[in-house]
Design a protein around this ligand. Structure first.
Ligand SMILES: Nc1ncnc2c1ncn2[C@@H]1O[C@H](COP(=O)(O)OP(=O)(O)O)[C@@H](O)[C@H]1O
Ligand SMILES: [Mg+2]
Length: 333
């Protein structure tokens, strides 16, 4: 079935975020009016340079922070409208997060870290632990279950974090560079697990990544630059050379933002004519230099007489006719 036929698990409209700072010119516009849709069971990557807004986007989408403006819906419910406890409940039922750093609770061992989200939902300890153990086994961490985070390597901690994310059977996983801190082998294992969840259990993903294998596992990748989506790529995305697979996006406000390398290739910013506009086709040509001079050299001056009542203004520079109240027009000399 085509993904587009499925209901949306996540959608955002007109998402803006500004980090306010008291320092002069310290405000940062991190998101500039983003629209995103992720369908049930779809895997979408977000790629883009550091500082482009990827983490801010993910946190806003998952309800971890409130964007300055815009709407976010999870499973068809607007999270921007929900109260604190409703939001927590919806998040628990739908979405799990995986960050680059595992963010484990240091006083709990691996097993209890994994079991924790179920404990929050009121599941009995022995049942939660049982499920946690099964997941740790699956991730090759079964014999490390009693280890405290400080006794585990970075890769092991991340696998624990992933098990913790999976224990609630989320319909959507939001992951911010989930393999960023892992060695290539662990990274591949994690990816295989994601791929399995995606294929066999129809779990949807929105993954921020710099890793081409991660992006390759996704159905499509969105390219983020400076807080805007500039393009979309298919499964064959090559993060090292984004220009090969790029499709530009025109959003429903009609806005298109060019990726910086394309902007450079066409000779930088400027004005363009549209000699051809057809359905599904837009051709743009740079307006040549001599046309840029729009300053038609006409000089305008205040009219000597009122166009309505023919009052003679004489030498006065009144803007309104003293007789009839009409505005005084400018005319060509
Ligand atoms: N807490 C914050 N306060 C102020 N500015 C921030 C904060 N977090 C992120 N930023 C700024 O917002 C922009 C986007 O950041 P971020 O979402 O972390 O990007 P990415 O994850 O793509 O590296 C950057 O310019 C960053 O410096
Ligand atoms: Mg980030």
């Amino acid at each position: 079935m085509n993904n587009m036929d499925k209901p949306e698990i996540l959608s955002a409209n007109g998402l803006y975020h500004i980090y306010e700072s008291k320092a002069e010119d310290g405000n940062v516009v991190a998101l500039r009016g983003l629209h995103v849709k992720v369908y049930e069971g779809e895997a979408v990557a977000v790629v883009g340079p550091s500082g482009s807004g990827k983490s801010t986007l993910l946190k806003s989408l998952g309800g971890l922070m409130k964007p300055s403006a815009g709407l976010v819906s999870l499973s068809g419910r607007r999270i921007t409208r929900l109260t604190g406890s409703e939001l927590v409940e919806l998040r628990q039922q739908t979405v799990s997060f995986i960050f680059q750093d595992a963010n484990l609770l240091s006083h709990l061992n691996a097993l209890d870290n994994v079991a924790q989200p179920l404990r929050h939902q009121g599941v009995l300890p022995h049942i939660a632990r049982q499920k946690a153990q099964t997941l740790l086994d699956k991730l090759g961490m079964g014999d490390r279950a009693k280890g405290k985070p400080e006794q585990l390597s970075g890769g092991e901690q991340q696998r624990v974090a992933i098990a913790r994310a999976l224990i609630t059977n989320p319909r959507l996983i939001l992951a911010d560079e989930p393999t960023g801190a892992l060695d290539p082998i662990t990274s591949r294992e994690v990816l295989e697990l994601f791929a399995r969840l995606h294929k066999e259990e129809d779990v949807a993903f929105l993954l921020v990544t710099h890793n081409r294998e991660v992006a390759g596992f996704c159905d499509r990748s969105l390219e983020l630059r400076d807080g805007r989506f500039v393009a979309q790529h298919g499964t064959d995305v090559d993060i090292g050379n984004l220009s090969d697979t790029r499709e530009l996006i025109i959003d429903d406000t009609g806005t298109v933002t060019l990726p910086p390398d394309i902007l450079l290739n066409i000779g930088g910013p400027g004005r363009f004519e549209l000699p051809e506009i057809d359905r599904d086709l837009l051709r743009m040509e740079r307006v040549n230099e001599d046309k840029i001079d729009v300053g038609v050299k006409t000089e305008l001056t205040l009219s000597k007489t009122c166009p309505a009542c023919f009052h003679d203004y004489g030498d006065s520079d009144d803007q309104l006719c003293p007789d009839c109240g009409s505005s005084r027009p400018m005319i060509q000399i």
